[in-house]
Design a protein around this ligand. Structure first.
Ligand code: ADP
Ligand code: MG
Length: 501
């Protein structure tokens, strides 16, 4: 099966559409847990951060952590969502060895945040909107450890009771690229907001990915009348923990479903797991075996209520978010693509802004993309460990623009300060890297090259393209310090070359 035009997959019996909706669990950034004062620090000794509440001792009363509520509201505002001034906590009952309470406190019918939206940025610079259904607060469970002892399993309750935000999208994604782009954008938003660290490899963010396939036109009908009957039956792939795996799981699952249907079978609603080693999804449990959680309002907790003025006061503290930053960068002269790459990480955007101060936006973006990111990538570093500050890079770009140094020397200069440190302007002075615009010096270099290559002088008359070779030789002769434009002009005159060519 291959992807044919746009968002369609080609099967044996015709084209298919994929439809994807996601439920993302994002751990709230907060020093203590949702209903207890125990620490949330990652990587602590097992069971060293557990209060009586987190351990499910009888008679303990949960007390809501205001910071976690604020973080949920903040996230809701970042998702341009409706904030519900009154919401309810329910008990979601199930048995699990790492769930000592025997239930999870969650929000069911009345979540703290309602409908919102996220704009996702695709490779071609296009943006599409993904609807958010809701965001609710809930407790995380503990963790069973099966690899500590040959016969026994252990339980670590450090995670038990940590606040999670479950963010549920509408089924508005259509390709694996869109699904991965959504998760990337959501992660950028919560990181900008400071409400979740977004570290997927530490489990701070994990996605349940719902996938279905339908015949061409089904999705548009669904968007027109809102009826899920237009869509195929979905399967939910649990706990996918990287963007790459989300994309792979969607691809595999969509193709699997098409094969089942085209083979005369039907898709049953079920929960599946993505095995990243095998590159396939496998059934975990069917809808019939699904839990009946017997939700009911938690009798220990009053409805959660706050005023619109409190929400307003939080709104005032929101930072500039990726979309707004992107729009501002585009207004400053960047393409949609360049701008969306830069705003994907707040640290990168901040670096760019300092780098671009007082210089051409496009020149700064190119310098960042080609020179800095290239070197970081080579050295396995991220933007936060960049060895040459944004201000120092800004000085280098300024020296190119005011013709103090050539573009070629600028790259060498960056290499020098990258490994040896130092102030770029001082290095230029100390090593005499200033660009040669003095025509006398350039003419002398030209004469030297001509004297060494009389045959080439004959050739260039017939093949004006060879002029570029002469420019290269003269640059070499001057140690890369000659101003290329000046060299070009001088060569044209000296060799009697036509203006174009
Ligand atoms: P549940 O309450 O059983 O988890 P929801 O209706 O809340 O079900 O949907 C859960 C997720 O599944 C949402 O992200 C939603 O967008 C997605 N979803 C629902 N129907 C489909 C479908 N037919 N195809 C793909 N995703 C779907
Ligand atoms: Mg669900």
């Amino acid at each position: 099966m291959t992807q044919v035009k746009d968002k369609l997959l080609k099967g044996n019996t015709g084209n298919w559409e994929i439809v994807i909706g996601m439920e993302v669990h994002a751990q709230v950034l907060s020093n203590s847990k949702l209903f207890s004062g125990a620490s949330t620090q990652f990587g602590a000794e097992p069971n060293s951060q557990v209060s009586f509440i987190d351990a499910g001792f009888p008679g303990m009363l949960p007390v809501i952590n205001e910071k976690c509520v604020e973080q949920a509201v903040r996230t809701g505002l970042g998702l341009k969502a409706k904030i519900n001034l009154r919401s309810l906590f329910d008990r979601k009952n199930y048995f699990y060895p790492d769930l000592p309470q025997g239930y999870q406190i969650s929000q069911y019918k009345d979540p703290i945040v309602g409908e919102g939206e996220v704009l996702i940025d695709l490779k071609d610079g296009e943006s599409i909107k993904v609807g958010i259904e809701r965001l609710h607060l809930e407790q995380d469970a503990g963790k069973s450890l099966h690899d500590q002892h040959p016969d026994n399993s252990f339980v670590d309750l450090n995670r038990s009771g940590i606040a999670l935000m479950e963010i549920v999208t509408k089924p508005h994604m259509r390709t694996s690229e869109e699904a991965a782009a959504f998760l990337k954008k959501l992660r950028a938003i919560v990181r900008y907001l400071g409400t979740c660290d977004g570290n997927m490899d530490e489990g701070s963010m994990r996605a349940d990915v719902n996938v279905s396939v339908c015949r061409v036109g089904g999705y548009d009908k669904f968007r027109a009348d809102g009826s899920f009957k237009n869509l195929g039956t979905r399967c939910e792939i649990k706990n996918v923990n990287s963007m790459r795996f989300v994309a792979q799981a969607v691809e595999y699952e969509a193709r699997r479903q098409i094969e089942v249907i085209e083979g005369g079978g039907t898709i049953r609603q079920e929960t599946r797991l993505y095995d990243s080693k095998a590159g396939e999804t496998r059934s975990m449990r069917s809808k019939e075996e699904a839990h009946d959680y017997r939700y009911f309002p938690d009798p220990d907790l009053l409805p959660l209520e706050f005023g619109a003025d409190w929400v307003e006061s939080i709104k005032k503290t929101l930072p500039e978010l990726p979309d707004e930053k992107k729009a501002r960068f585009m207004a400053g002269g960047l393409s949609a693509y360049d701008a969306s790459v830069l705003v994907a990480e707040r640290e990168l955007a901040d670096f760019y802004e300092e780098l671009a101060r007082g210089v051409d936006a496009k020149a700064a973006a190119n310098w960042l993309n080609n020179e800095i990111l290239g070197r970081l990538n080579r050295d396995g570093l991220s933007i936060t460990d960049v060895p040459v500050s944004a201000a120092a890079n800004n000085a280098i770009i300024q020296m190119i623009l005011d013709k103090t140094i050539s573009g070629k020397i600028a790259k060498d200069l960056l290499d020098i300060v990258w490994t040896e440190g130092g102030d770029p302007r001082a290095v230029v002075q100390a090593r005499g890297l200033t660009q040669v615009t003095d025509t006398g010096a350039i003419d002398a270099a030209i004469e030297a090259v001509i004297a060494a290559n009389p045959d080439k002088v004959e050739e260039v008359k017939a093949k004006p393209k060879l002029a570029a070779w002469f420019v290269g030789q003269v640059m070499k002769q001057t140690g890369g310090k000659a101003n290329p434009a000046a060299v070009n002009a001088a060569l044209k005159t000296r060799l009697n070359l036509p203006d174009e060519g």
